[in-house]
Design a binder for this molecule. Structure first.
Ligand code: GDP
Ligand code: MG
Length: 333
């Protein structure tokens, strides 16, 4: 089987890009996705499964370090259970891609080839006070494809600013500019990735896995985020005049404002899933200002719902994060 690793910092658009690529590839090849999330409850796996894809989850840690053993076991198990032609792996947004590749050495007898894709968020690049957050571009030096995503969110001057800053970080490494939510901008990159996996024939050995220069000395130990997950069941919106979706969006906006007040320095990713039976709403935010992103829908809007909020942020301690999230939650529900 061949493995595609989709790497990139928290919230850059890995899952959004992966969904489209996986749909394309799975038309002709048996494909299984391995989703790795930091928290003990996954959200991306539910989103992808909801879109009809085969997904295995690896939670509560990162496949580049704490879950390296579980990664190897999962890859072996996926190979035995499904015998897929393609495995697409989304590591956490704090993983070191070169360490993930190195961990996959253990599966070298079943992995024919590894293709790495690295995604960068230009808004994050523009918002960096100084260009000193290595995880934003970690792995671009070893990636087969580097992608600058979310270009729909920038006007031309801001895109130029992001590209100028990026060139200081990744020098002359070529990259593709896309918007993972706009099919027209991803056709070419998807085509090139599929072409690569269709045409390459060399069976890689352990040495080949390491053949690329590993300049990526930084590990996420230096840049560890604070994470906290809140999960509540059977919540009801008391005021029937209010719409569940709107109240949840207001709640997340308030949570984000409070984080800013408490000097949270960076939102890695705040994700939430709201469920009423089979209806699911997926909410996400990756900065302090953009509107909360919402996918899915709730038909039975005044029924009891289950909600999970998975927050990964920088610059505040876990106790403060926990208190803010619980306080805001209790104010709203
Ligand atoms: N406007 C816009 N939003 C995007 C794009 N790609 C991803 N997003 C949104 O960014 C958020 C994070 O995306 P996600 O795929 O979950 O990121 P991941 O954490 O890297 O897997 C989600 O709300 C996506 O809908 C894009 O190209 N344009
Ligand atoms: Mg994801």
């Amino acid at each position: 089987m061949k493995v595609i690793i989709i790497s990139g910092f928290l919230g850059v658009g890995k899952t959004t890009f992966l969904l489209n690529l996986a749909k394309d590839i799975s038309r002709t090849k048996k494909t299984v996705i391995i989703e790795n999330e930091i928290g003990k409850i996954g959200i991306d796996d539910k989103y992808l499964k909801n879109n009809g894809l085969e997904v295995k989850e690896l939670y509560s840690g990162c496949v580049c370090c704490s879950l390296s053993f579980d990664l190897v076991n999962t890859v072996k198990q996926v190979n035995e259970t499904f015998d897929p032609e393609i495995v697409i792996l989304e590591p956490t947004g704090i993983a070191s891609p070169s360490m993930v590749i190195s961990n996959l050495d253990e599966c070298k007898n079943i992995i024919e080839e590894i293709t790495t894709i690295m995604i960068i968020d230009p808004i994050r690049i523009n918002n960096m006070p100084n260009l000193d957050f290595p995880l934003f571009t970690a792995g671009s030096d070893i990636a087969d494809f580097v992608i600058l995503n979310k270009i729909d969110l920038l006007d031309n001057p801001n895109l130029t600013k992001a590209e100028n800053r990026l060139s200081k970080l990744i020098e002359d490494i070529p990259y593709n500019k896309i918007s993972a939510i706009n099919q027209d901008t991803i056709n070419t990159i998807n085509h090139n990735i599929i072409k690569k996996i269709n045409t390459s024939k060399s069976k890689k050995t352990k040495d080949n896995f390491h053949s690329k220069d590993n300049k990526e000395a930084h590990h996420h130990g230096d840049n560890h985020p604070t994470t906290y997950i809140l999960e509540k069941n059977n919540i009801i919106i008391k005021d029937k005049a209010l719409n569940t979706k709107k109240v949840v969006i207001d709640f997340l906006n308030e949570f984000r404002n409070k984080l800013k007040e408490k000097k949270c320095s960076l939102i890695g990713h705040i994700k939430s899933i709201v469920r009423i039976n089979d209806d699911m709403l997926f909410l996400s935010c990756t900065d302090f200002t953009s509107p909360i992103n919402v996918k899915g829908s709730l038909n039975k809007t005044h029924k009891k719902f289950d909600i999970t909020i998975n927050s990964i942020v920088y610059g505040i301690d876990e106790n403060i994060l926990k208190k803010i999230l619980n306080d805001v939650f209790n104010n709203y529900f």
